[in-house]
Design a protein around this ligand. Structure first.
Ligand code: SF4
Ligand code: SF4
Length: 134
């Protein structure tokens, strides 16, 4: 199996060597495509994990048992800027800091590299300015 996914690490676990465990204990290949992980802060990484199916599933179970949230990366989130009214509703609920209401301009900016594809903003946006594209 080979799959790209977003891993979301709570602040309590960002210092654990998950990549090492996946490689050593579960015989998986881990290709880190993007990562933003800092000690004692929430972190995220976009990774491609591959290996035998039973190892793959066991490795994901291990991550989840340690509090890591896993989101499939079958889609990306797109900000349609011309529809955005900069109401800020999305910036309040975005768990990854990908949508930020910048001051003093009070305009929203989308930082695609931080997005964990949770889709909360799609439901929250009254202007349908956030879209999922496959
Ligand atoms: S999908 Fe939307 S709410 Fe979720 S992390 Fe990405 S920008 Fe933020
Ligand atoms: S909720 Fe929609 S309209 Fe409001 S700031 Fe976010 S993207 Fe723009």
């Amino acid at each position: 199996m080979k799959q790209k996914m977003v891993l979301y690490f709570p602040s309590t676990v960002t210092e654990q060597p998950f990549t090492y465990y996946l490689i050593k204990d579960y015989n998986l290949m881990v290709n880190i495509l993007k990562a933003n992980i800092n000690p004692r802060k929430e972190g995220r990484a976009v990774v491609e994990i591959s290996g035998e199916k039973k190892d793959f599933l066991a490795g994901l179970d291990f991550l989840q048992s340690r509090g890591v949230k896993i989101f499939p990366l079958e889609q990306e989130i797109v900000w349609v800027e011309e529809r955005c009214t900069h109401c800020g509703a999305c910036s309040v609920i975005c768990p990854a800091g990908a949508l930020v209401l910048e001051r003093p301009e009070m305009t929203v900016k989308f930082h695609n590299d931080k997005c964990i594809v949770c889709e909360h903003c799609i439901k929250a946006c009254p202007s349908r300015a956030m879209e999922a594209r496959y």
